[in-house]
Design a protein around this ligand. Structure first.
Ligand code: ASP
Length: 586
């Protein structure tokens, strides 16, 4: 190596040593007789001291600009004014000789923890952005997580197997990215949305336990935290029940929390999809805080605490939901008005917001006092678990709409009341998802997970009568209100699989064309199997206490799916198109 030590390595115990360091020039302070340079590399920052008595060296140092790459040799000495913010802060190097390895143009933004560079600029010069501590640390965290994933899964006998990237559509329900085949004009590969069918085939092959940290591709309209290419921890196991899978991967997540964050996670609670909908209005409830829904009126509740009092808004809808914001009884009129405006925004779409304040003297004050007496409101409070000093918020409407809107309001109140700390983690399994949901527009059933998901045998009899009632042996892992992983027990019987394809509207011919290979494989001794996949980028950002996943990906795409650094996607030249026998109309 050109250096003897890294910039993060030297301590007071190294005092007196002659060392050589290499790195990038950060901050420079020139006091005339003395000049200091912060020398930076991946491992840290070490302060270099240049003295006037070594004229030639200080003059060379004076010619350095930010981000110049240099090599400096000198003696480790104790610093007069120590810096306890960095690990090397007790020492500096009295430089005896220095060499420029490479000059640098002035970077377009500051390479500091707090940079002045905007998102677009940072992405264009991502290699410079990656020099910044927070971004590099995010990738270090990712590396550590990948190592721990491998360690745990290897210890559980999982084999890491690579599956192909040039494949044929996988039925995950999103659009495929396609790649034209030059050797087969007019034909296309698809990039995998997941290795789903391959990992099932590996089970037929007897691999028993498979995993892969793998790139997947989905051509979806991008939302803020979506990337067209993303990474999954993809897993599959044979001869297992759902319980075995939940235990194994609960083990993985607990291992990660323990070895990456030093957090002992309690056993993961399980919640049915139906309960998640009823109490949180979401299949990925944020359980860092309670604030559960209380249904004051609902098709599934025998008790109706709101109808028949002359308040038409509640009389005319099937669902009235309350939540209790603990300690928010002090909210002012202005705050409540503002909250009302918030729920009425088109993104939420509520018609209005009813409130009940639980006063300190035990009385209630509400926006519907005209219709509901103290006794009525006391019943609401009892049902919603509200006591003195609390604020009850009520929304109403159609069942699913009211639930969705209340989910948004609950999360918003959680945020406003400071109940969603990024460094607190609440993990759970959501189980018993419906197998299919009905697409009103398309007038057909869609698989809620994917078409290979096994129906709960107890519900199979609904197949011909009421498919919407069928629960699937499918599960999601949810952390802090985000789905981090999901999977299912698979169908491994050819006849049942054929039946499900029919339910999902595949003709025999289509099913055969798309999945014939899998159906055939099932005739050669397929073991019972199941698995799941975790979204690795999201998991990393969660562990990093960040909301956006971009910083945990070395070279991400922007929200329009572009890589602005390499300027992709881009057109290709006509000769390439000819070779592919493709004509482009834009
Ligand atoms: N392939 C599924 C997904 O990507 C996961 C699974 O069922 O294992 O969501």
């Amino acid at each position: 190596m050109l250096r003897t030590h890294t910039c993060g390595e030297l301590r007071l115990s190294d005092k007196g040593k002659t060392v050589t360091l290499t790195g990038w020039v950060g901050k420079v302070r020139d006091k005339g007789a003395l000049l200091w340079i912060d020398l930076r590399d991946r491992y840290g920052i070490t302060q270099l001291l240049f003295e006037d008595k070594n004229k030639e060296t200080i003059e060379i140092a004076r010619s350095f600009g930010r981000e110049y790459v240099i090599l400096a040799e000198g003696e480790v000495i104790e610093r007069v004014s120590k810096n306890d913010k960095i690990a090397t802060g007790e020492v500096e190097i009295r430089v005896s000789s220095v060499k420029l390895l490479n000059a640098a143009k002035l970077p377009p933004f500051l390479i500091e923890d707090e940079t002045d560079g905007g998102e677009e600029l940072r992405m264009k010069y991502r290699y410079l952005d990656l020099r910044r501590n927070p971004v590099r640390q995010s990738l270090e965290l990712r590396h550590k997580m990948a190592q721990e994933v491998r360690k745990y899964l290897d210890s559980q006998n999982f084999l890491e197997v690579e599956t192909p990237v040039l494949i044929k559509s996988t039925p995950e329900g999103a659009r495929d990215f396609v790649v034209p085949s030059r050797m087969n004009p007019g034909e296309f590969y698809a990039l995998p949305q997941s290795p789903q069918t391959f990992k099932q085939l590996l089970m037929v092959s007897g691999f028993d336990r498979y995993f892969q940290i793998v790139k997947c591709f989905r051509d979806e309209d991008l939302r803020a935290d979506r990337q067209p290419e993303f990474t999954q921890i993809d897993c599959e196991m044979s001869f297992v029940t759902q319980e075995d899978i939940l235990q194994t991967f609960e083990g993985l997540i607990r291992h990660l929390f323990k070895f990456v964050k030093d957090i002992e996670l309690p056993a993961l609670p399980r919640m049915t999809f139906a309960d998640a909908a009823k109490y949180y209005g979401s299949d990925k409830p944020d359980t860092r805080f309670e604030m559960k829904f209380a249904e004051l009126k609902s098709p599934s509740e025998s008790e109706d605490l709101v109808s028949g009092k002359g308040f038409n808004v509640f009389d005319s809808v099937p669902m009235v939901i309350a939540i209790t914001a603990k300690g928010a009884g002090e909210y002012t009129r202005k705050q409540i008005d503002e909250l009302t405006e918030w729920v009425k925004r088109p993104q939420i779409g509520a018609k209005g917001l009813i409130y009940v304040k639980c006063e300190q003297d035990g009385t209630f004050k509400s926006s519907v006092d005209k219709f509901y007496g103290q006794e009525d409101l006391a019943k609401w409070a009892a049902k919603a678990g509200a006591t003195k000093g609390d604020l009850i918020l009520v929304l109403s409407g159609e069942v699913n709409t009211a639930r969705k809107q209340m989910n948004e309001l609950r999360l918003e109140m959680g945020t406003r009341l400071g109940l969603r700390d990024k460094n607190t983690y609440s993990c759970l399994w959501v189980v018993d998802f419906p197998m299919v949901e009905y697409g009103e527009e398309e007038k057909r059933w869609f698989a809620m997970h994917h078409p290979f998901t096994e129906p709960n045998p107890e519900d199979e009899h609904f197949l011909d009568t009421d498919p919407g009632q069928i629960r699937a042996n499918a599960y999601d892992m949810v952390i802090n209100g985000g789905e981090v992983g999901g999977g299912s027990i698979r169908i491994f019987n050819k006849d049942l699989q054929a039946k499900i394809f029919t339910l999902l509207g595949f003709s025999d011919e289509e099913a055969k064309k798309q999945f014939g290979f899998l159906m055939e494989a099932f005739e050669f001794g397929a073991p019972p199997h199941g698995g799941l996949a975790f979204g690795f980028d999201r998991l990393c950002s969660l562990f990093g206490g960040a909301e956006i996943i971009r910083d945990f990906i070395a070279f991400p795409k922007n929200t329009s799916g572009r890589d602005v650094m390499i300027d992709s996607p881009s057109t290709i030249n006509p000769a390439q198109l000819d070779e592919l026998k493709i004509s482009v109309k834009v």
